[in-house]
Design a protein around this ligand. Structure first.
Ligand code: NDP
Length: 289
């Protein structure tokens, strides 16, 4: 029996299978489109006719629905499924029940690197679900990335993963907006990039803009704004939106930020700092004031 079966051979699953092979594991692969297994078979993988083959199944597909489509009515007795596909926390919890009904155990995960990062230093994966099942296979899974266990709730790995992706996509998109704005004045993105890097360095630092300090403010529920009030920043964000609009650029995301700042200001947080917007975020979406 092979050490691990990889289900799903998109860019991620293919890189995972190749990484397991490079680490010396005996690897079986399965994919809906069987032809994608070719390059991995050439590297020494076995191709399975059915996905529910072996004891450890590592899954990387577009969604959790793909898992149901792939496994169908197969029994999963004694098998551990480690699903590293994207989904919602509710879908992950439902999948844990679905796998258990068929006799298997589901460990959920969110892997925090793109295909070339798999197996490289710095790669890590958030895992949640039954810890003993994860521990049993941790030595194999460590070929892909560091194993970061976050808790028993099967939905938790995806919440960590999505929390990271939200920040990643927001930061990258704000860089696109910033670069596009300066481009309208003839500034090349590479000329602006050093300033963007400087800002991100500040966020990663222990300084007053550092995320560690902001986290402490959120936990304490104290948002100091004497030096730079939320009201001042809501007005400034309005100017950013006007500038982008005047430059003929898309303003969807900046407008949404401005609406959030203005709402927190209207809800009485104007004298506090920017972190006070968390109070409005916690209340859920509301119509703009
Ligand atoms: P995709 O998200 O495009 O997934 C492709 C895989 O899903 C293929 O194996 C495809 O099979 C399979 N699939 C799609 N629909 C079905 C279905 N109904 N039944 C069976 N199999 C199906 O590619 P990636 O490899 O990039 O991503 C895989 C997962 O990893 C995703 O959930 C993604 O969010 C996550 N991820 C991706 C990262 C990245 O940088 N690429 C980084 C971190 C996580 P077929 O070949 O037959 O079409």
């Amino acid at each position: 029996m092979s050490d691990v079966t990889v289900i799903g051979l998109g860019p991620m699953g293919s890189a995972m299978a190749a990484t397991f092979l490079e680490a010396g594991h005996d690897v079986t692969v399965w994919n809906r489109t069987a032809s994608k297994a070719g390059p991995l078979v050439a590297k020494g993988a076995r191709q399975a006719e059915r996905p529910a083959t072996g004891e450890l199944l590592v899954i990387s597909q577009i969604s959790y629905q793909a898992l149901y489509d792939s496994l169908g009515e197969a029994r999963l007795d004694g098998k551990t499924l480690v699903n590293l596909s994207s989904g919602t926390p509710a879908e992950l919890r439902e999948a844990a029940r679905w796998v258990a009904e068929r006799g298997g155990t589901l460990v959920t995960g969110g892997i925090m690197v793109p295909p070339p990062g798999i197996g490289q230093p710095g790669a890590y994966t958030f895992y949640s679900g039954p810890k003993e099942a994860l521990d049993r296979h941790a030595a194999t899974l460590e070929a892909l990335s560091a194993v970061t266990y976050v808790g028993q709730d099967p939905g938790l790995a995806m919440m960590y993963y999505q929390a990271q992706l939200l920040m990643f996509w927001s930061a990258l998109t704000s860089f696109m907006h910033a670069a596009a704005l300066l481009e309208t004045a003839g500034v090349r993105p590479t000329a602006f990039a050093p300033f963007a890097r400087e800002l991100h360095g500040e966020l990663a630092s222990d300084g007053p803009l550092g995320l560690g300090i902001l986290g402490e403010e959120l936990e304490a529920g104290v948002y100091p704004g004497e030096d730079n009030s939320l009201h001042m920043q809501a007005v400034g964000m309005g100017h950013v939106v006007e500038t982008l609009r005047a430059a003929g650029l898309d303003t969807t995301v900046p407008e949404a930020l401005h609406r959030l700042f203005a709402r927190a200001d209207a809800e009485g947080h104007g004298d506090e700092g920017l972190t006070a917007v968390v109070e409005s975020i916690r209340q859920g979406t509301r119509p703009a004031p």
